[in-house]
Design a protein around this ligand. Structure first.
Ligand SMILES: Nc1ncnc2c1ncn2[C@@H]1O[C@H](COP(=O)(O)OP(=O)(O)O)[C@@H](O)[C@H]1O
Ligand SMILES: [Mg+2]
Length: 282
């Protein structure tokens, strides 16, 4: 059924041309796990553009493919078919060495489980990507970021001597220090209390507004999503809608309509209104 809003892939602009405004894009991105009877299609032909200088949130039910999309975009997982482009470069054409270089120099990552090196100080953790890539640390930029995340007095502490919020701020500073083209964050506030979450999200948004950073963030929390310029909704490995300038109410409404929507194999009639289309900007 072609007019079922839950199965129609979201198209932003042309499905083939990548607009200049995009920092990261996918075209026909498919990801399947396993073989034969155990095959899982985690992503079903996704076309998407993440806008330069924006904070984009990805939401959707558990298992809808959010982490898979993030990992495939970030070159952390192989793609089954389609293309992924980061800042004009076709990631699929890269060999392992080029991919590693891309990850170290052009991408930043923030994970739910901070992923800091326990034996290194906060300062050493922050500069680790640059040190590994043997690139010089821009001290002025380092100082700007450290001040912005409020870590000046914690630079010589090891992760075990820092609170969860402080550890995630170190991870955030680490993601930003190499001035990456784009930062990918998977549930970055998942392990933080509400005060630490608010601080981190405020900082992530300021890194976009003040430093021109581009950020793509997976979250299942409507309040977290309100920090984004735009929210994309995934269901069953497909993009099913988007909200620009989200509010908590509009995010909750969109999620509720996703829950009410049938899955692809549930067989719907054309006049069934339980699956209202989400607000989609074409
Ligand atoms: N390594 C894997 N092997 C097999 N199936 C996987 C793997 N990773 C994810 N999946 C499956 O792909 C689908 C999407 O998973 P995921 O991207 O983790 O969803 P989300 O982050 O939205 O919760 C799920 O059905 C999940 O079980
Ligand atoms: Mg996930």
């Amino acid at each position: 059924m072609t007019n079922n809003p839950t199965t129609k892939p979201l198209q932003i602009g042309s499905a083939t041309a990548i607009p200049a405004s995009a920092i990261a894009s996918a075209r026909g991105l498919v990801k399947t796990y396993g073989r034969g009877d155990t095959t899982v299609q985690a992503l079903a032909a996704i076309d998407v553009d993440f806008t330069r200088g924006e904070l984009t949130a990805i939401m959707g039910p558990s298992g809808s493919g959010k982490s898979t999309l993030l990992h495939c975009m970030a070159g952390l997982d192989t793609i089954t078919s389609g293309t992924v482009t980061i800042d004009g470069e076709d990631v699929g054409r890269m060999n392992q060495r080029q991919l590693t270089k891309l990850r170290r120099t052009r991408l930043g990552f923030i994970f739910q489980a901070f992923n800091l090196v326990p034996t290194l100080t906060a300062a050493e953790n922050i500069t680790l990507p640059l040190d590994i890539a043997r690139r010089p640390v821009d001290r002025a930029h380092f100082d700007t970021i450290v001040a912005a995340v409020g870590l000046e007095s914690r630079l010589h502490h090891r992760p075990s001597e820092l609170s969860g919020g402080q550890q995630q701020r170190v991870a955030c500073a680490r993601a930003l220090v190499a001035k990456p083209a784009v930062i990918f964050a998977d549930e970055p506030t998942g392990n933080l209390d509400s005060k630490a979450s608010t601080e981190l999200l405020g900082f992530l948004r300021r890194s976009v507004d003040d430093l021109g950073q581009s950020v793509v963030m997976v979250t299942h929390d409507p309040r977290t999503a309100t920090y984004a310029h735009r929210v994309l909704f995934l269901a069953d490995g497909r993009l099913v809608g988007e909200l620009v300038n989200p509010t908590q109410a509009s995010v909750l409404e969109a999620l509720a309509s996703l829950d009410a929507a049938p899955t692809a194999d549930e067989g719907k009639t054309d006049n069934d209104t339980s699956a209202m289309p989400l607000p989609v900007r074409i």
